[in-house]
Write a protein that binds this ligand. Sequence first.
Ligand code: GDP
Ligand code: MG
Length: 375
Amino acid sequence: RGGLSVHELANQIVVPETEIIKLLFFKGIATNINQTLDVETAKMVAEEFEILVETAEQESEAKKVTEMLSVEDLENLSKRPPVVTIMGHVDHGKTTLLDSIRETKVAQGEAGGITQHIGAYHVDVTHDGNQQQIVFLDTPGHEAFTAMRARGTRVTDIAILVVAADDGVRPQTIEAISHAKAAEVPIVVAINKIDKESAQPDRVKQELMEHGLVPEEWGGETIMVPVSAINGDNLDTLLEMILLVSEVEDLHANPDSLAKGTIIEANLDKARGPVASLLVQNGTLRVGDSVVAGSVFGKVRAMIDDRGDRVKEATPSFAVEVLGLNDVPAAGDEFEVFADEREARSVADSRSDEQRRSRLQQAMASRRVTLSSLS
Ligand code: GDP
Ligand code: MG
């Protein structure tokens, strides 16, 4: 048989016709959809795409675990605030706790108490006589952990496990414990709703012991704080305990390098264009920086913090909303700042190519190229 058309070949190897025409064009062969290719050429095309697919597979394997800190970073470490997520069974009070901490700690003393939703907020806490910060992610803990696991990155330093004192350990409580354990994230338990008549905090501790969390006062290692999210009882103690755990964890980063971190939220704003909240995990992010997140590029035009204020920089563990990206990145993607704008653009562009390859890879996964099928 005298070869096959571009159209037939495209069907056989499950690659878009335009990709085949493009490839041949770069090889100096002008074709159209109906043109007949000889077997040699068809094989060459199939081979090229198979190589492309294999490279993409290898690259995605190699990138699964990325190390954030360089040797230079390790020599310039300084203390950073803990990044905390709240987990627990539905209706046990996660949202109420987040709101309550935010209201009592952020709104007070701020002009008008206006806050900006950027997917995270920070509070100031006096601990051991110094003012320190804690950063709370307001993505539900389960989602944050699932995204982290999928990408092999770690965004949370400490998990607060909320357990309602009138309901005890429930399926999502157990799930939260196993997520945190798998990610090796320490847990602080908030035994919530202690204002209720039916609250049984000791029963909750008993039940948690069955799942490997032994309260400190019973000789174990897990800090458990009875709280009422609704009326604010003991929230100060809870925050102090988080700082205590944070000290044990010895959290550090290098503020003197170019920023790296994770996209925690992103959307397209009608008036402002693509808007993303970036959690800085190392380095300092500044207005004017050239950022790459996945295949998205941007020069930071403006940054807004959780209090709605425009800021010029964000140091490790802080989150800011960033304007100036050329597209909407995916939540959970890592971002990185480059010293050279052209380099940043070309990294973003090559990631776009990579994405194109991985789409091809998916299309071909169902029907892999078999060279023998072409002759
Ligand atoms: P989530 O599903 O874990 O986010 O739980 P929510 O924060 O939405 O709370 C579920 C319900 O429990 C709401 O009706 C809250 O008002 C109530 N709740 C939360 N915390 C407390 C508390 O400390 N005491 C009491 N009595 N009710 C609470
Ligand atoms: Mg909720």
